[in-house]
Ligand binder design. Structure first.
Ligand code: PMP
Length: 440
């Protein structure tokens, strides 16, 4: 048996083989959009930490808010108490949302926000005396997290998570409505027809339809507007809750505060985390709508959900500061403009490249899709994508690979909102330099 020496490498890296560690860069300092590792290498953080450090590193306003709260009160037991900061943030959050979304459940992570959504949806129907409605519809390539419920709700890499079975039962997976999805060969209209059939046949068993408005991990795939609107109409017709997972898209990532705004669709449950406090401390939220509130209130019911640090006042102070900075620095319009610039420059730089398929997404949530040939649209394989992202890192740009078998492959560019147009040009120069020398 292999006995690992303790001092060799002491902790496990997420989503990496268990031996990994020593070879990984050790990041020691961040400033704005830049990260410096222990060898002195400075990189543009083109993925904002893990899509969460939206305001960049060392933002003075967030540091100030955290420090102030730290001096007042670092923790409060929310089972029996409240406190002004946790209360203030929930109010600020609700002010940004449609009137029907009127109560916040605090969480610590995106996965946990999704857990709460699943629990709420099932209990909502149980409280109304309907114990048949338990199933939740989700996309085949969706990513909702790694806790048992959120892992079970995720369609992506399902073969891996099978090893952890039995999973939480009651999820139905449907294809992503992606117009150039050659795998299923379906048009958006066909996807909509299939959805109608599903609701017609199974509506009385469905508690929720959970989706990311823009599928992030799958490769920045926006749900088409007419599909989203049809999904909302079907949810209303068949009494099913629309659960939007805006863990990645929330808090300005796409140039608007929440991605659902542009669809003119209001969810019944909204899952949030990542950019909520710019990733400085663990925090998330699940926001529920009045109809759910009413079902619990009229039966004097609890939401049995508690994790000790939920709604931590320091994390909430950072979240309040994040909202202030987004407003005071007019970041939403900057994110929109810079996103358009990034897409235009990538199209210009890579348009003629043999492997370039398209650049997708909006605001500071961009995906560059790469193919073997433009006539077949067959995706590059994982190894090829990893070669590219490794070279980009060597050249000073951190991006994140995506590979969703037979759907799409490429890399994410999800930079901090505080990026400047000059830094965007710098990103594109690096991408051009690497891809000019890398053709498959
Ligand atoms: N939902 C979505 C859409 C996500 O992108 C993620 C994280 N990538 C999660 C849920 C899980 O969030 P966390 O990693 O904070 O648990």
């Amino acid at each position: 048996m292999l006995l690992v020496e303790k001092e060799l490498y002491p902790f496990v890296h997420p989503l990496k083989p268990i031996m990994a560690g020593n070879e990984l860069p050790s990041q020691i300092e961040g400033n704005g959009i830049y990260l410096k590792d222990n060898t002195g290498k400075i990189c543009i953080d083109g993925i904002s930490g893990l899509w969460n450090v939206s305001l960049g590193y060392r933002h003075p306003e967030i540091i100030k808010a955290i420090t102030n709260q730290l001096h007042q009160l670092p923790f409060v037991n929310l089972v029996d108490n409240t406190n002004p900061t946790t209360l203030k943030y929930a109010k600020r959050l609700l002010e940004l949302l449609p009137a029907s979304l009127n109560k916040v459940v605090y969480t610590c992570t995106g996965s946990e926000s999704v857990e709460v959504a699943i629990k709420l949806a099932r209990k909502y129907y149980a409280l109304r005396g309907n114990r048949e409605k338990k199933e939740i519809v989700s996309f085949a390539s969706s990513y909702h997290g790694t806790y048992y419920g959120s892992m079970s709700a995720s369609g992506i890499d399902r073969s891996i998570s099978e090893d952890y079975g039995p999973k939480v039962p009651g999820f139905i997976f449907i294809p992503v409505p992606f117009s150039n999805n050659r795998a299923s060969g379906c048009s958006i209209e066909e996807h909509i027809l299939n959805l109608e059939v599903l609701f017609e046949e199974s509506g009385d068993r469905l508690a929720g339809f959970m989706m990311e408005p823009i599928l992030g991990s799958a490769g920045v795939i926006p749900v088409p507007e007419k599909y989203m609107q049809k999904a909302k109409a079907l949810c209303e017709e068949y009494d099913v809750l629309l659960i939007l997972d805006e863990v990645a898209t929330g808090f300005g990532r796409t140039g608007i505060m929440f991605a659902h705004e542009q669809y003119k669709v209001i969810p019944d449950i909204l899952c949030l985390s990542k950019g909520i406090n710019s990733g400085y401390l663990p925090l998330g939220a699940t926001v529920l709508s009045n109809r759910i509130y009413e079902a619990f209130a009229s039966t004097n019911s609890h939401i049995e959900h508690l994790s000790t640090q939920n709604g931590n006042p320091i994390a909430c102070a950072a979240a309040i500061a994040t909202l202030d900075v987004i407003k005071n620095e007019s970041l939403l319009s900057k994110v929109e403009l810079n996103g358009n610039l990034l897409k235009a420059l990538i199209n210009e730089a890579l348009g003629k490249h043999k492997n370039f398929h398209e650049v997708r997404g909006q605001g500071m949530m961009i995906g560059v899709s790469l193919v073997k040939s433009k006539s077949t649209y067959e995706c590059l394989n994982m190894g090829q994508i990893m070669q590219i992202t490794h070279k980009l890192w060597k050249n000073g740009l951190l991006v994140y690979p995506f590979y969703t078998e037979s759907l799409t492959a490429g890399f994410h560019i999800i930079p901090p909102f505080v990026i400047t147009p000059d830094e965007i040009s710098k990103i594109v120069q690096i991408i051009r330099r690497v891809l000019d020398r890398t053709v498959f």
